[in-house]
Design a protein around this ligand. Structure first.
Ligand SMILES: *Cc1c(COP(=O)(O)O)cnc(C)c1O
Length: 222
């Protein structure tokens, strides 16, 4: 896969998204492809940008700070999404750097992000991460906590864009994706961030508005 040109890999992923959307009678324009560039150097990222990709995902604040300011000088219209866990003490830096944050999962972080946004005068879109399979080791709030977190985000003035999940590994993901879609509808949020390289087509058929794809675009991470 790594021997294929980035432009070809990008086209392949976009075609698969379009086919999955068509199956579900959705427009492919409803789905934002987030190219997950974590661990990959700027030299690997630039060809994808030159092929037209504009939205990227990183999972660590520090790594993104090291990689993106220079790339963004060359390509000012990039959208950068934080898809990994965020510590409250990094909220200021995250709010300055990212256009969206997919890992809002607890009240203390909602408070920290609200303060950071007031201070920076910048309000990245926020997704509440839900621990959809109720796994002890996973990030995300419990399904039972979604309602309280939605309310807290709204009260703190966070622009609530949607919900995000990472389903349990090695089991059929569709039921978990369907549950996240249902939770999003129930709580009146339109964004649904779900689906990775192995399951983004399934995610699109059950309502994903944002898919986070790394390996299928960049090849395996070392
Ligand atoms: C790394 C990562 C992805 C992308 O995973 P791939 O399997 O490489 O597509 C998506 N979402 C999150 C939260 C990640 O950490």
């Amino acid at each position: 896969m790594a021997s294929t040109a980035p432009a070809e890999r990008l086209n392949e992923v976009k075609e698969r998204i379009a086919r999955a959307a068509a199956l579900a009678r959705r427009s492919p324009d409803e789905v934002t492809l987030i190219a997950v560039s974590k661990t990959h150097p700027p030299e690997a990222i630039a060809p994808l940008i030159e092929s037209g990709q504009r939205v990227f995902g990183e999972n660590r604040v520090q790594e993104a700070q090291a990689k993106w300011p220079e790339l963004r000088e060359r390509f000012p219209d990039i959208g950068l999404h934080l898809i990994g866990q965020l510590q409250s003490n990094k909220a200021d830096e995250a709010v300055v750097l990212f256009d969206a944050i997919h890992s809002v999962d607890r009240l203390s972080l909602v408070t920290a992000l609200g303060k950071a946004m007031d201070k920076a005068g910048r309000r990245p879109a926020c997704f509440i991460q839900v621990n959809i399979g109720d796994e002890p080791q996973k990030g995300g709030c419990a399904v039972s906590e979604v309602e309280a977190l939605v309310a807290a985000c709204r009260a703190a003035g966070l622009p609530l864009a949607g919900l995000m999940c990472i389903p349990p590994a090695d089991v059929e993901p569709a039921p978990y994706f369907a549950l996240l879609s249902k939770l999003a509808r129930r709580h009146g949020v339109s964004g649904i961030s779900m689906g990775m390289s192995s399951d983004y087509e399934t995610a699109v058929t059950v309502g994903a508005t944002h898919v986070r794809v790394g390996t299928a675009l960049f090849g395996e991470r070392s």
